[in-house]
Design a protein around this ligand. Structure first.
Ligand SMILES: Cc1ncc(COP(=O)(O)O)c(C=O)c1O
Length: 439
């Protein structure tokens, strides 16, 4: 195997290798700690592979002989799951569809990658809307549009490129559709967790933009899509009342309401799905990351069209239809998360981190807008430069976190994180956020 000290230079000879400076040691990483094979140091991992690794490293539940045997068998093969079925696949689908997805959502589609999860949810919506309007009236489908929000990140594939609008580097120069983009009435929290500004006025502005867009596109809006908590765009939270308004508008204008939970779903919020914490049920939900297998699930509204994508063959598909190894691992994660009460754990740990950061913010002026739910916690600094510096300093102190938006640091904790680890993280954050400038 390549020596840890040579990993980066080996990669860089053949590909862009601008990732983290560490080399992940899969064998020595454990729990909430990522072991760097290069330096020999342990990093407290509040990054979790971009919110995609739920149960920490070397979880004992993944070493049980029965599971290892099943995983090895799946890994030594690679069936085309869309067309060729296995008992392992059935075990996964049954577990996901009965224990993770609420009962009101009978339809599932599996694929590899979050962008393709969203992409296929959009295709399902286009197909649905085209049939609603009458396929002759829609002809080639080019007039259909998707309503989406500022600072959204839905991925970097064909359709999703037209929705993503965070860092311009991710989308510039690629051909895109000019679809209606609506202001995002994101919330800002004060030091006690109360709301600043006038969220209702911001929401009213967004709704006015939406009404104007519905008018402009004359019944051609196939879907409204939103991340119920925008991740990449800045960890932007929305009021449940706003999401309820989206629900009402989607119904009134015969559009599907799609929630992109690729980053927030699969227990990241402390519930299986963040939308459950808001009490607003969408029609379609795209998922990925922590669930390992990506895809979307749908309620019965799609059945208003008889020949919808879940009934008519080949409208949405891919060779592998997700990956069987991911399915076996995802099923095991569901068992582990349930058996160990990890959703409840991360709910409490999220509150602990938010409270600790609010205490910190009380005497550090440059820390603002502390917010979070479950594993998804963030705070904002005064400038991009200051934020980047604090992120570097955190890594120096062996705490891994992520940037988002222009000035925000976000944490994506493993669901297994302990009280002591959150306390340790808070100590490291306190040591990195410039002090003495505060009140
Ligand atoms: C909300 C959201 N949607 C879609 C994606 C795209 O997922 P992937 O990078 O797996 O294609 C991401 C990735 O960060 C995301 O956060």
């Amino acid at each position: 195997m390549t020596e840890p000290t040579r990993v980066h230079e080996t990669l860089a000879r053949h590909q862009l290798a601008d990732g983290f400076p560490m080399v992940l040691d899969l064998a020595r990483s454990h729990g909430s700690y990522l072991h760097d094979a290069r330096s020999g140091e342990d990093f407290l991992d509040f990054f979790t592979c971009f919110a995609s690794w739920p149960v920490g490293y070397s979880h004992p539940g993944l070493a049980e002989p029965e599971f290892v045997e099943e995983l090895t068998l799946a890994a030594a093969n690679n069936p085309a799951n869309s067309d060729l079925y296995t008992a392992q696949m059935a075990d996964f689908v049954e577990a996901f569809a009965t224990r993770v997805t609420p009962v009101e959502y009978p339809h599932h589609f599996w694929v590899a990658g979050g962008a393709l999860a969203v992409e296929n949810a959009l295709k399902a919506a286009f197909d649905w809307k085209a049939h609603k309007l009458g396929v002759d009236a829609v002809a080639d489908g080019n007039s259909l549009v998707v309503m989406h929000f500022r600072e959204a990140f839905h991925g970097r594939s064909g359709y999703t490129l037209s929705l993503t609008n965070t860092d311009p580097t991710k989308v510039e120069l690629f051909p895109k559709f000019d679809w209606p983009r609506i202001s995002n009435p994101k919330l800002e929290f004060d030091r006690q967790g109360g709301l600043l500004g006038d969220p209702e006025a911001d929401e009213a502005r967004a709704v006015a933009e939406m009404e104007a867009a519905f008018e402009r596109y004359g019944g051609r809006v196939a879907a409204i899509i939103i991340e119920p908590l925008q991740g990449e765009g800045g960890d932007n939270h929305f009021r449940a009342e706003f999401l309820a308004t989206l629900r009402r508008l989607a119904d009134a204008h015969e559009a599907l309401l799609i929630f992109d939970e690729v980053q927030t779903g699969f227990y990241g919020s402390g519930e299986a799905w963040l939308w459950q914490t808001k009490g607003v049920a969408p029609d379609l939900v795209a998922f990925g990351k922590k669930s390992q297998v990506c895809g979307f699930y749908s309620n019965g509204r799609i059945d208003e069209v008889e020949q919808n994508v879940f009934r008519r063959s080949s409208r949405i598909n891919s060779t592998w239809g997700g990956n069987l190894v991911d399915m076996v691992r995802s099923r095991r994660f569901i068992e582990i998360i349930e058996a160990e009460g990890l959703a409840e754990n991360v709910t409490r740990r999220g509150m602990q981190l938010v409270e600790g950061l609010r205490e910190l913010a009380a005497d550090r002026d440059q820390v603002s807008n502390v917010r979070g739910v479950g594993s998804l916690v963030a705070f904002t600094l005064e400038s991009t430069g200051q934020r980047d510096q604090v992120l570097d300093d955190l890594r120096e102190r062996r705490l891994l976190a992520l940037a988002c938006g222009e000035r925000t640091i976000r944490f994506r904790m493993p669901l297994v994180v302990s009280e002591d680890e959150v306390r340790l993280a808070l100590e490291r954050i306190a040591a990195c956020v410039p002090s003495g400038i505060g009140a």
